[in-house]
Design a protein around this ligand. Structure first.
Ligand SMILES: *Cc1c(COP(=O)(O)O)cnc(C)c1O
Length: 402
């Protein structure tokens, strides 16, 4: 099929839910570069929305996947699966949790975490089921995770949503304390909000949440679907904050491009799930667990997380230089390779994304005035320089226009 026909088919047959797709038909990739079907090259600063941590065509991952494809894709959780066992061990031995469950997406991981929190209090014979979340959070597109998401724009066309969710102000401990009642089961939070605009929570806030949870017998759930798996410079974001959640949810980067999610919990909580309480047909299959096991091993063994710290600091310092130079930049924020640049209200971030796209750079705008950067974790300083040069050039032109 040629480029025009591919786009035409999509417009005719696919449900029209994605806002303004960019006119590129992605063909293949190499390193952090994506090649369009028409031969155009793009430097990828979005990594499939935080998924492709090893970039594209990473040799060790591809070789392992080829081997797995020839062996077995899926058998089911009725049987034991070697890469699933290896991945379980790796995740548990490198975290503070005792047990894991595998899903196929972020929303499913959060659904599982919510179910586990509810079951935990059912087992304890306590009538606690409410989940507190915060404004601008994003927890997924299923009905329960939409109810947990603190953004009206995603929710309002699908009401009534499942009950048992409360949304409170972000980074505000009083708001949480005021929302707690005898039915509160858990507080669910992204340590760094992704879709909401790359908004990090304050360390004291997370520490405060931990105390509030302990005092009131409430579970703390971290949604690390976007900020986990090396993204912020440690395997899990909670390590940087020094605050341990009771349950963590993962997805996006976990499989290095193959769909897989997970949630993990300490034994006391995980043991609330009894045989028959939860399940998944595809979750934890041979291919996705082999992909995730290999991705994690590579992240840990090849000093890629160390690269996130070094290159992430460099990237942020270059963005800070732009901030010093252009008065219409309002903020630079984020951690590791999860960064954002916010402009004054008269700068149109989606338009800037389009200009960068035309110059061969992929990224996105998380809102009308904020650019988000989520590059593959293997990115090099020189590749960051290429983007900064173009961005500087485009912003210098804006200054002239003003
Ligand atoms: C992307 C995302 C989700 C949803 O993941 P899906 O795989 O799209 O279901 C949930 N929480 C956070 C923080 C995310 O970034």
């Amino acid at each position: 099929m040629n480029k025009e026909n591919i786009i035409k088919n999509n417009e005719k047959y696919f449900m029209n839910v994605f806002v303004g797709r960019y006119p590129v038909v992605v063909d293949h990739g190499e390193g952090i570069k994506i090649y369009g079907k028409d031969g155009k090259v793009y430097y990828d600063f979005l990594a499939g929305i935080g998924v492709n941590v090893l970039g594209y065509n990473y040799p060790e991952l591809i070789d392992v996947l080829k081997d797995q494809v020839g062996k077995m894709l899926h058998s089911s959780n009725l049987y034991y699966i070697e890469p699933q066992a290896q991945l379980e061990e790796l995740l548990i031995e490198n975290s503070v949790f005792d047990r894991v469950f595998f899903t196929n997406s972020g929303a499913e991981s959060n659904e599982g975490a919510i179910k586990l929190a509810r079951k935990y209090y059912k087992e304890a014979k306590e009538n606690k089921y409410e989940i507190i979340t915060v404004k601008k959070s994003f927890h997924g597109r299923t009905l329960a995770t939409l109810a947990a998401t603190g953004q009206r724009k995603y929710q309002k066309t699908f009401e009534p949503l499942p009950s048992g969710f409360k949304v409170v102000a972000f980074n505000n401990l009083d708001a949480v304390v005021n929302a707690i009642n005898s039915k509160t089961a858990a507080i669910m939070i992204e340590p760094i909000q992704g879709e909401g605009g790359v908004n990090p929570v304050r360390k004291e806030y997370l520490e405060g949440l931990k105390k509030i949870c302990k005092k009131n017998n409430i579970l703390l759930i971290f949604d690390e679907i976007q900020c986990g798996i090396g993204r912020t410079g440690s395997l899990f974001a909670y390590e940087k904050y020094g605050v341990e959640p009771d349950i963590i949810t993962l997805a996006k980067a976990l499989g290095g491009g193959i769909p897989i999610g997970a949630f993990m919990a300490k034994e006391e909580i995980a043991s609330a799930f009894k045989p028959g309480d939860h399940g998944s047909t595809f979750g934890g299959n041979h291919l996705s667990t082999r992909a995730a096991y290999t991705t994690l091993k590579l992240l840990l063994e090849k000093d890629i997380i160390e690269n996130v710290n070094i290159v992430g600091d460099y990237f942020k310092s270059q963005l800070n230089k732009l901030w010093n130079k252009f008065s219409f930049i309002k903020d630079v924020r984020g951690s590791g390779l999860m960064l954002a640049l916010e402009f004054s209200s008269y700068i149109d971030a989606p338009k800037l994304v389009y200009d960068l796209f035309e110059r061969g750079f992929l990224l996105n705008a998380v809102n009308e005035h904020t650019l988000r950067f989520l590059p593959p974790l293997i990115i090099k300083k020189e590749e960051i320089d290429l983007l900064i040069t173009e961005l500087n050039d485009l912003l210098a032109n804006k200054k002239k226009q003003k």
